[in-house]
Design a protein around this ligand. Structure first.
Ligand code: SAH
Ligand code: SF4
Ligand code: F3S
Length: 445
């Protein structure tokens, strides 16, 4: 049997797309493999968000060129596909820079992979169109499912933050219909999926066609997915503060399956920087929003994204970010040094922050965020929680899963508990995971 190696370099949507490309290749008779050496097709699903992510692809392609040459000497053909956001942004430049590449395909046209691969026998192929047909209508059924699954409900972005490539690589905001999303979710549930994360670049801007033909928001969609038998947990990501409507906040109080965890990127705590970033809200507005969310769901765990060293960011403005973090308290967060991206408005600015200053600020911010993460984990020790078991644990006899607040937990239980909700007492906090003990149901009640 022929084999395909598909690797994701980006966000959750990039990982979802990678899984769907594996489905497409599966339908064409390619078995999935984790070993690039034995692959007849190699797909790199690339990310363009920061320079480092984009450059990683070219070093990988250098290695693949050697591998392709070796396999050729052994009489084996290797097709190399560059997909994802670098493919969309750079198109045929990739062919010029990386001679081993056979196909370049953007995030909106990967359902055409079989046709593109066939054409690549004659000539190298680039498809970075935003086709009129909907890729979701042309993708085969999902294969690789597990206990928790991502489900794309919205794609693209109309916000144009000054630093960000996503509106260019993913295109304008598009939402799938409630019927399409619930059909995919129901199939996942039948196959044993218990937790679904609804994903979108701006997932809370979701506005799809509702079951009644009207317009549905993310709160409506969440209710529809929560009604599917077997789905015990729902999460969504990534949200924008300006799309956090009253109905969605209320959904956190009203829908038991909607988990008490929210990733809500703020990027900066400085009003001037936020304005320069085109985020269209102030630090104060973000704080008020968090208050309203906490009033609806007091135990909600918060997470965020931060950029340090945006052009022109002063020391005092960075301190505003530190203060916002200290005041709000995050369970986890991602933080990055600003990376100028070609084609974005901020890339043309001449007031760049020196690399050494960016590094210092990032280290200070990450130290604060790490302290908050550890404090959150330590505070969980002694609590009784419910774990959705996802897989076997690192040690024999153990399984691993997540709490409603998205904390990873390991505990002793048979592998047959995978896919079940188990009451667990947290007994210890490790560096990246909690350790617990299963509690008999009667005792937990
Ligand atoms: N749609 C989401 C974020 C998508 S990108 C939102 O609006 O928040 C994920 C994160 O990458 C962003 O939140 C931002 O923190 C970071 N990011 C995006 N562009 C970046 C850049 N040019 N340099 C550094 N970090 C960046
Ligand atoms: Fe990028 Fe801003 Fe859109 Fe998020 S909201 S994807 S950061 S442009
Ligand atoms: Fe990267 Fe594209 Fe996602 S740029 S973060 S893979 S939307």
């Amino acid at each position: 049997m022929k084999k395909a190696f598909v690797r994701s370099y980006g966000c959750q949507m990039n990982a979802y797309d990678a899984a769907r490309m594996a489905d497409v290749l599966g339908q064409e008779g390619y078995a999935a493999t984790d070993s690039v050496e034995e692959a007849d097709i190699v797909v790199l699903n690339t990310c363009h968000i920061r320079e480092k992510a984009a450059e990683k692809v070219y070093s990988e392609l250098g290695r693949l060129r050697v591998l392709k040459g070796e396999r050729k000497l052994a009489g084996q053909d290797t097709r190399i596909v560059v997909a994802g956001c670098v493919a969309q942004a750079e198109g045929s430049e990739i062919l010029a820079r990386a001679p081993a590449v056979d196909v370049v395909v953007g995030p909106q046209s990967y359902h055409r992979l079989p046709e593109l691969l066939a054409r690549s026998r004659e000539t190298r192929v680039v498809d970075t169109e935003f086709p009129v047909e909907d890729k979701f209508d042309h993708l085969p059924a999902r294969r690789n499912k597990g206990v928790s699954a991502f489900l794309t409900v919205q794609e693209g972005c109309d916000k144009f933050c000054a630093f960000c490539v996503v509106p260019y690589t993913r295109g304008a905001e598009v939402s799938r219909s409630v019927a399409a999303v619930t059909a995919e979710a129901a199939k996942l549930a039948e196959a044993g999926v218990r937790e679904i994360t609804l994903i979108g670049q701006n997932v809370n801007a979701y506005h799809g066609e509702g079951l009644d033909g009207g317009s549905a928001g993310l709160a409506d969609l969440t209710r529809a997915v929560a009604a599917i038998p077997g789905i015990g947990r729902i999460r969504y990501t990534t949200s924008h503060p300006n799309d956090m409507g009253e109905d969605l906040i209320r959904a956190h109080a009203e829908i038991p399956a909607l988990m008490p965890y929210l990733h809500l990127p703020v990027q900066s705590g400085s009003d001037r920087v936020l304005q320069a970033m085109n985020r269209k809200h102030t630090g104060e507005q973000y704080r008020r929003l968090i208050e309203r969310i906490r009033a609806a769901r007091p135990d909600i765990a918060l997470s965020s994204d931060f950029i340090v060293g945006f052009p022109g960011e002063t020391e005092a403005e960075f301190e505003d970010t530190m203060r916002l973090v200290a005041d709000i308290g995050f369970q986890s967060a991602f933080s990055f040094k600003y990376s100028p991206r070609p084609g974005t408005p901020a890339a043309d600015r001449e007031d760049a922050v020196p690399e050494s200053v960016k590094s210092e600020r990032l280290a200070a911010l990450q130290a604060l965020l790490d302290r908050q993460r550890h404090a959150y984990q330590n505070a969980a020790v002694g609590s009784l929680t419910e774990v959705l078991v996802e897989k076997v644990g690192r040690h024999p006899g153990q399984v691993a899963g997540k709490t409603p607040h998205l904390l990873a937990v390991q505990f002793e239980a048979p592998a047959s508990s995978i896919g079940r909700f188990v009451a667990v007492r947290i007994v210890e906090a490790g560096a990246n995971s909690l350790f617990g003990e299963a509690v008999p149901r009667a005792e937990a009640a």
